[in-house]
Design a protein around this ligand. Sequence first.
Ligand SMILES: [Zn+2]
Length: 478
Amino acid sequence: MAASLYIANARLVRLGVGDALSPGGVLVEGDSIAAVALTPREEAETRARAREVVDAAGMVLMPGLVNGHYHSYSTLLKGTQNSLPLEPWALYTAAYGRALGAEAIRLAVLLGAAEMLRNGITACLDHFPHTRHVEAALTAHEASGMRVAFAPFMHDVFDHEFLEIALPPAIRAELEAAPRSDAAGAERMYRDLVGRWRGHRRVTIVLGPNAFQRCSRSLTDVWRRLGDELGLAAHTHLVETEAQAERGRALWPGGTVAEMERRGLLTERLSLAHGIWLAPDEAEPLARHGVTVVHNPASNLMLGSGRLALAAMLERGVPLALGTDSSNSGGPHDLFEVMRLALMLPRLEMRDPRAWPGPRQVLAMATTGSARALGLGGFLGRIERGQRADLVLIDTGRAALAGAPVTVPHLVQHGGADAVAAVMVDGAWVLRDRRILAFDERAVLERVAAISTELFADARPGIQLAEAAAPYFLRQAW
Ligand SMILES: [Zn+2]
């Protein structure tokens, strides 16, 4: 039976009205917010329409956080190599990734969902490299109870080719034994997935080119054509390292963004992860086309990639989102931590505190901004009539949050998994009283423990290749 539920006596996070929270209630009918009650009279009228009432006294009701850049397979790779820059690090994550079978992918998706739900994350963009396992991943996403924009990779240019890394022929040959997408195959995959998942309530298919420089002209043609014809959102990595940006400027007049614009790829349906090495003048075309940039500060710091010029992007009007990236680069899938990093990092270089991004701005990035990155702008991220009912109840009585009445700055500075009491996605409770209802979390944790040793053993030959190749990547100056 469709939900008809009134969440009463909460304090509502409504970013449009300032830092203070609004006492009130929310009526959920079916998959959406049917009414927001802010006065005693509205509360009484709205409560009377609901079949069920949940008393949220002492709780904050906030929009679910949205993870704008995430790789589900990485949740099984905790504790693996993360003390190298991106390109040599990627040799390792690719080697582990190739050792994953369909069952491991299913577990990785559900393990990530458990971690994200416990952190108040209701939706994610899963940028997914291992396209032979799209079915396993999608089935698990459906079972997870979360909302997902699923973006399977395509790529056919390796990093050592783009960056012109000098490699011994034997190592080069082994690296090039990895599969490359072909344009016809990639197009078939996207058309097939779109055909089968169109109209699903929680799953949407997004084009997932790995990165512009990792796609040949024939793949960028597929990207543009399918985006235009099917109206698909697209998500990709962009200038994550200085070497990528430099090489892009050497290859294409004006650099990577200029070439993407010439090929018709900059649209408001596009979101770009990282953008650390964007030149100041590259923000203008992104803002003009309404392209979203997804900031992943934890991952970028861990890999030593640098940091996005967040304040400059805000100032130029580039739409912004937040993401956690990979477990083996960014660490926990915790957008409260990512919001705090986004808040703090710009302060290092900005003398004028009036220009520092504020808590409401970073919370907007993690909600409406990331929703836009998922291609779901306008549907998600606000407590407002007509929005999808993706909601999180925060218990303000926990030690980390207790104190003065909670405001937006208070929530952003002190929120975390410990305070997440209940999570609703698409009008259905998926976590309540700190227990995941959507799937059997304990069974997932037990299976993960059972398969991890074998997984790491299976990855061993690939890791040996990564160990042999990494020094040549490190020799390159960056
Ligand atoms: Zn990534």
